[in-house]
Ligand binder design. Structure first.
Ligand code: THG
Length: 364
């Protein structure tokens, strides 16, 4: 493929000079922003992530800021998840749905204060939906996209590296909680979160000025920890069952189909609640399942139909060879009739027909 030209719509990030210097090999575009996808190779990047520590430019996880007297009211309209007990140092994974219960996004919500939230969004212009609700209901709340760029530090040595830069306080941060910690003459929100299951943190860098100083500090302090630039890794995240909005699920899917029922516990009349009542009671008729695909597979760049006797019974939108587990791991959306573990289903790829076998659980 040819290269991507950055411009005002395909934005660079505060860390782009560092990413380039570390030898990024490929980008995708996510929220109108560059997102690295490969440094050495997807396989080598995955192996390194599982053993050492990586610094990821995930600036494209843009923040939708919700601020003002009606902030909580808006959050309760947008969120299938109960917001009442959320603390002002907490992050919540929150599916956001339309009036039909269709997934619009799956952000991480961060509570900064009773009247101030960020939604750290997956690929999609969620701010426009939030603003529409604000206008329609006449709420007293400001919706904006502040210039906040998350930098993830992921891997088993993340605590060691982060404590050298931010002090031992980082070790006390619990999963999906955050602390505001000093760096030079500023401070950052630092949460224990990130799109891998190797452990680690996300640093929410406000503005562009401290981007490269922070990047350089992490690399300078991490040499003996074998720190490297990395990025969300397609092998590790499929093994871990972390869903990608726009690929594994989109607007035609409900949170119940996505296996996100545990994040739909609000008793309030949020947008989509009525449409989801039947699935809340009886469960969905199709659902996300881990699959193993037999034989060789090429890259999955679209959606592969799952077929039984010529009829479609699901699809696969993420599939990749896992060197650690020695099989092709995949994430599918599978009809109830075929979702039992052990079920073998035909899979139509552009590289030929393959067998896919439904698994009991993801690999970690
Ligand atoms: N971090 C931040 N913003 C993000 C992502 C992130 N925005 C885009 C995208 N990732 C949103 N999607 C997800 C999907 C999964 C998780 C987080 C964001 C996740 N899930 C855990 C799990 O499923 O095990 C934990 C969920 C929980 O228990 O609350 O971490 O990664 N800032």
């Amino acid at each position: 493929m040819a290269v991507i030209t950055p411009n005002r719509r395909v934005r660079k990030t505060p860390f782009t000079p560092g990413v380039e210097a570390e030898g990024v090999k490929a980008y995708t575009v996510y929220n109108h922003m560059l997102l690295p996808t490969v440094f050495e190779s997807v396989e080598a990047d995955a192996a390194h992530l599982k053993e050492h520590v990586q610094v990821w430019d995930v600036s494209c996880e843009r923040q939708v800021q919700i601020k003002g007297p009606d902030a909580l009211r808006l959050m309760k309209m947008l969120s299938p998840r109960d917001m009442d007990r959320m603390q002002a140092d907490q992050c919540y994974y929150v599916p956001i749905v339309d009036h039909n219960g269709g997934m619009l996004n799956d952000p991480v919500a961060i509570k900064l204060a009773d009247d101030h939230y960020w939604l750290s969004v997956a690929d999609g212009d969620l701010w426009q939906f939030a603003l529409g609700v604000v206008i329609a209901l006449g709420l007293d709340v400001d919706v904006s996209e502040p210039d906040v760029s998350p930098l993830a530090v992921q891997g088993p040595k993340a605590d060691a590296l982060m404590s050298r830069v931010f002090g031992d306080d980082v070790r006390e941060i619990k999963f999906f909680r955050y602390k505001r910690l000093a760096f030079e003459d500023t401070s950052f929100i630092i949460a224990r979160s990130g799109w891998s299951k190797q452990g680690g943190f996300e640093i929410y860098v406000e503005g562009a000025d401290y981007g490269m100083p922070l990047w350089d500090a992490l690399f300078a302090n991490g040499r003996d920890l074998n720190v490297r630039a990395g990025c969300p890794n397609s092998i590790e995240r499929v093994e871990s069952g972390l869903l990608s909005f726009g690929s594994d699920m989109r607007r035609e899917n409900t949170p119940y189909e996505c296996g996100l029922a545990r994040f739909c516990n609000s008793r309030l009349d949020y947008i989509g609640k009525a449409a989801l009542a039947d699935q809340a009671e009886n469960g969905p008729s199709r659902q996300i399942r881990p699959l193993v695909i037999e034989g060789e597979i090429g890259p999955c760049t679209g959606s592969w139909p799952l077929l039984a006797e010529g009829k479609q019974v699901g699809r696969v939108a993420s599939a990749v060879y896992s060197p650690e587990f020695g099989v092709n791991v995949a994430i599918g959306m599978v009809n109830r009739s075929h979702w039992a573990p052990g079920t073998r289903i035909e899979l139509m790829t552009e590289h030929g027909m393959r067998w896919a076998v439904v698994q009991e659980k993801f690999w970690r």
